[in-house]
Design a protein around this ligand. Structure first.
Ligand SMILES: *Cc1c(COP(=O)(O)O)cnc(C)c1O
Length: 400
């Protein structure tokens, strides 16, 4: 079969996301396996948002997450939008969203015209504060609001406290849409992330635990919800030979080529998680003797270790998260603050929120460290040495 010349070149040199000697926070981890899946899909002729890799990818992810089915779409954000529509959120509803999250979680509610109401997090994990969420649901109900959904986010790859949250939502009859965009491969009490809500949402963005370069998925047991999402994701096209539409849909389907990439990534998911866990363990060792520094959510053995995050108490350790960030940036090592809370975002100025200050403190005092599974041993050694150098200058030689 004729293959364009450039592909042959690409086949000789697997894609390498790293340029120069910068260590990135969470770069894509792709190699020969992804390349062979992608090229096979291209050669199959299914260069469209439909095809056998798309079907297989949905099946494989649903199997992994333990749900009855899945619908692949072109972003996690699109999946969130369809998930909220799927549980019946309407334009006059409120949607409870953790204030500590990526903006997509709140945007999805806005797309529908619903009003996000923000709730603070547990400072230990960054996940939704369930007691506070309970207070919020009751307060909103008492005022006669319709709570269309709550969207717990499995922050940095650790599941929210579903042991407490699910009974609360069942008792108050609030649908749960699980934003597991960061948490594929994680579990909570042995059950996989993505399987906790009426519907779960995954992301395959370039920085996530596995990637399709961009993509997302709805996962759930409700065949009708999935069929509806699939319909809306394909411009709500009716099954007719001509183009027949009864309502406004979206062009949200994932490309078959990218699904092929995703299938290869899924085969390597456990290996990539193990790599990130190894990095987290190294960070844990390095920071263990440092008073005033802790790893956020690190007690969770079922985390997928997507990002390792430290929280710094400047009064105890004598330096700020920003100081370490600057030290590392000068050495071409990328770090990021944790998500800026939604209630502090100009676009949500004046939004209703129930807060304790936990998310704001994590924003000020938290730092996400290079966590990618594609980091090489020399890169990891460089990051650890740079942190050690920083700590030694402030606290004396570390014990590691
Ligand atoms: C990445 C992410 C999303 C959105 O995913 P995209 O695929 O980038 O649209 C949603 N929620 C959270 C918490 C995320 O981290």
């Amino acid at each position: 079969m004729p293959v364009p010349g450039r592909l042959a070149d690409v086949a000789d040199s697997p894609p390498r996301p790293h340029t120069g000697d910068t260590v990135y926070l969470s770069p894509p981890d792709v190699g020969p396996l992804e390349e062979s899946y992608l090229i096979a899909a291209l050669r199959s002729g299914w260069v469209a948002p439909v095809g056998p890799d798309l079907q297989a990818f949905e099946h494989d992810v649903a199997t992994r997450v333990g749900t009855g089915g899945a619908v692949a779409v072109n972003s996690g954000t699109a999946a969130l939008h369809l998930a909220l529509l799927g549980v019946g959120v309407g334009p006059t509803d409120v949607v409870i969203v953790p204030t500590l999250t990526f903006v997509a979680t709140a945007n999805a509610a806005r797309y529908i015209g619903a009003r996000p109401v923000f709730v603070d997090c547990d400072p230990r994990t960054g996940n939704v504060d369930v007691d506070l969420a309970a207070d919020l649901i009751r307060a909103l109900r008492a005022r006669g609001e319709r709570v269309g959904a709550i969207v717990p986010v499995d922050m940095f790859g650790s599941c929210a406290d579903y042991g407490a949250l699910l009974p609360l939502c069942a008792e108050t009859d609030v649908p749960v849409v699980e934003d597991a965009a960061e948490a594929l491969g994680a579990c909570h009490a042995g059950r996989p992330a993505g399987s906790f809500g009426r519907v779960g949402v995954l992301s395959f963005n370039g920085n996530k635990i596995m990637t399709t370069s961009g993509g997302g998925m709805l996962v759930c047991d409700d065949a009708a919800l999935l069929a509806r999402a699939r319909h809306l994701a394909t411009q709500a096209r009716e099954p007719a030979r001509h183009y027949e539409h009864h309502e406004t849909g979206y062009n949200y389907r994932l490309s078959n080529l990218l699904a092929a990439l995703g299938r290869a990534q899924l085969l390597r998911l456990d290996q990539m998680i193990a790599r990130r866990r190894h990095l987290r363990d190294e960070y844990a060792k390095l920071f263990a003797p440092v008073p005033g520094v802790r790893l956020v959510g690190a007690q969770d053995a079922e985390s997928n270790c997507w990002l390792t995050v430290i929280a710094v108490e400047p009064q105890r350790c004598g330096w700020r998260a920003d100081d370490l960030a600057r030290h590392l940036a000068e050495r071409n090592i990328e770090t990021r603050p944790v998500w800026k809370p939604m209630h502090l975002q100009p676009m949500h100025a004046g939004a209703e929120s129930l807060l304790t200050g936990a998310a704001e403190r994590l924003f000020t005092d938290g730092l996400t460290l290079p966590s990618g599974s594609a980091l090489t041993e020399p890169q990891i050694a460089r990051v650890l040495a740079a942190i050690d150098e920083f700590l030694s200058a402030r606290t004396g030689p570390s014990l590691s």
